[in-house]
Design a protein around this ligand. Structure first.
Ligand code: SAM
Length: 254
């Protein structure tokens, strides 16, 4: 539900999001909040009680819209707001298993606070303020839809990506094997699948340790992972001239 349905046109009509709809894997409907106004000027906003800058979205059309758009108890109503819970991969995975999501996009100073009684979850895409909830809704839609079974050609590609397994993804390379003096790691050209698997896991651990070490505390690590992590930590420390790996993050991440 939005005041600016046109914003959704491009992103929903291209590439994977378009194909997901064409294949019938997801249905997306964009609704104009003004459809639930009853006055000649289709007014949706008013100045805030108590004074101050900007306009606030009135409760009446929002209540009517949500009541009309909900499809029974299986619907989840999500409010896009910078005050919501941070949107993460695990939230995207949980949403991808839901049957029906209603996304509410704010504008101006946001909604009259009473509409929160309609909402199941308030979601933020980051600690910054955008002009409206449309881009956040598209971020949520994109992250959720690519996890719906059948949307990505190769389900393994979603499973191995950053965050899916609690780690950042390993670095990827493609042809040519050398470009401007920059060579692809030899192991990737070796055809040795076990060595490649081990290298990739180790590099995923290295990326995570040097860029997002806090993810390692929640990641599920095998015996092999712990051994690889020890190797990585020693290598990183040696490279940094004895500095702890964490200090690296403040320099240039690799
Ligand atoms: N006055 C509000 C506040 O400080 O919380 C911000 C209003 S913002 C200018 C207008 C709308 O953009 C919000 O109602 C929300 O729907 C959307 N929005 C802006 N930043 C967002 C973010 N980081 N995550 C999710 N939605 C956001």
């Amino acid at each position: 539900m939005t005041l600016f349905p046109g914003i959704f046109r491009g992103p929903l009509e291209e590439s994977i999001l378009r194909r997901a709809q064409e294949k019938g894997l997801v249905q997306i409907r964009v609704h104009d909040l003004r459809s639930w106004t009853h006055d000649k000027h289709r007014v949706v906003d008013e100045p805030p009680y108590g004074g101050g800058a900007g306009m606030v979205l009135k409760p009446e059309p929002v209540f009517e819209a949500v009541e009309a758009l909900k499809a029974g108890p299986q619907s989840r109503v999500l409010l896009l707001t910078p005050q919501g819970v941070p949107f993460t991969h695990s939230l995207a995975a949980a949403f991808s298993a839901e049957h029906h999501l209603v996304l509410l996009c704010g504008r101006y100073e946001g909604f009259d606070d009473r509409i929160r009684s309609l909402v199941d979850l308030e979601v933020s895409i980051g600690d910054y303020i955008l002009t409206g909830g449309e881009l956040p809704a598209l971020v949520v839609l994109d992250a959720v839809i690519r996890l719906v079974p059948g949307v990505l050609g190769d389900a393994a590609s979603a499973a191995q990506e950053s965050f899916a397994g609690g780690l950042l993804d390993f670095p990827q390379f493609t042809r040519p094997p050398e470009y401007r003096g920059l060579a692809v790691p030899e192991v990737l050209l070796s055809g040795n699948h076990e060595a490649i698997r081990r290298w990739r896991r180790k590099e995923a651990l290295r990326r995570t340790l040097t860029r997002r070490p806090e993810l390692l505390t929640a990641a599920v690590l095998s015996e092999e992972d712990r051994a690889l992590l020890k190797e990585v930590a020693q290598e990183v420390e040696a490279e940094a001239g004895g500095e702890a790996p964490l200090r690296l993050r403040r320099g240039s991440p690799r």
